[in-house]
Write a protein that binds this ligand. Structure first.
Ligand code: CUA
Length: 316
């Protein structure tokens, strides 16, 4: 079965029930209206009935009451179940575990109360979790969507929006961006890994960024690249995404368009790479677009930038 086709959050059943009721009643009405239309079109077509055969009825109170009152009752039923589902989804619990979420073009990052930062959201099951979400000023609106949880909430630059859930089954669930946000919108994906409380606590209090048993940790530079969403636009393989591949990026000749719109050849040494991270629109690699990459000035620390560059140097 598709993961999450049975909702895995505490309010998923409410949302599914509202969905079935709205669609069920709408389909019922559709068949009644279309059915009556076809029956009358057949019965009173020009071939089968002459105008004189039909009475000219101006009003028929019982049927007028029926087609007003029955749909009104249907609407009220839909409203009731819709409102109940909305209340369950939108009533944010107190004393919940809080995780900060940042959505930016085109990646998600998560920050825990102890300062731990990851690009995959690790959470305990059977725990109320509130996400405090935002996007950097100057970015665009994204939407944090976990289909298996039936939750969906806008992530707006410079504003904090909240969503919550209580996961009731262990597993790995998809996070998607549900607001069209540009070139790599469709690839703005991540995962939620729901673990037992014990396993989560152990990971939360450890230095490891990934709660796997493997001892091998990512090199620091790669961790920084992942945490800042760099690899959602720059592949570690020799593949062209929105930005140039990281593979072999160090110390090669690159053709760039400089600020005077001239095509010049540069060497991608340390200074060049640093510039490309801090002032990404100063020189644009030939064949790519300007103003796609945001500046990471004051976003990534000096030390972390050096770690990134050291990592890129090794990526031959
Ligand atoms: Cu972010 Cu679509």
């Amino acid at each position: 079965m598709i993961e999450g086709i049975n909702g895995v959050s505490s309010y998923a059943a409410d949302i599914d029930r509202a969905n079935i009721i709205v669609h069920g009643l709408s389909l019922f009405m559709l068949f009644v209206v279309l059915g009556a239309m076809f029956i009358f079109a057949y019965k009173y077509s020009e071939k089968r009935a002459r105008p004189e055969d039909t009475k000219n009825i101006k009003h028929y109170l019982p049927i007028e009451f029926a087609w007003t009152i029955i749909p009104t009752i249907f609407m009220m039923i839909m409203f009731y179940y819709g409102l109940e589902a909305l209340k369950a989804q939108r009533t944010i619990p107190e004393n919940a575990m809080i995780v900060k979420v940042e959505g930016k073009k085109w990646s998600w990052s998560f920050e825990y109360s102890n300062g731990k930062k990851t690009d995959i959201l690790y959470l305990p099951v059977h725990t109320d979790v509130v996400l405090e979400m935002t996007a950097p000023i100057g970015d665009v609106t994204h939407n944090f969507y976990v289909p298996a949880f039936r939750n969906k909430e806008d992530v707006v630059p410079g504003k904090i929006t909240k969503t919550w859930f209580n996961i009731n089954r262990l597993g790995t669930y998809d996070i998607e961006c549900a607001e069209y946000c540009g070139t790599r919108h469709a690839y703005m994906l991540s995962k939620i890994v729901a673990m037992s409380k014990n396993k989560f606590d152990k990971w939360f209090n450890s230095d490891s960024l990934e709660p796997t048993r493997k001892v091998k940790l990512d090199p620091k530079g790669l961790v920084v690249l992942k945490q800042n969403g760099c690899i959602s636009c720059h592949s570690l393989e020799p593949i062209k995404l929105v930005g140039p591949s990281f593979k072999g990026i160090y110390n090669r000749e690159v053709k760039v368009i400089d600020s005077n719109k001239n095509l010049v050849t540069m060497i991608s040494d340390e200074a060049y790479l640093k510039d490309a991270i801090l002032k990404p629109n100063k020189e644009i690699v030939d064949g790519y677009m300007a103003n796609v990459m945001p500046s990471y000035e004051n976003v990534i620390s000096e030390d972390d930038i050096n770690e990134m560059i050291n990592y890129l140097k090794e990526l031959k």
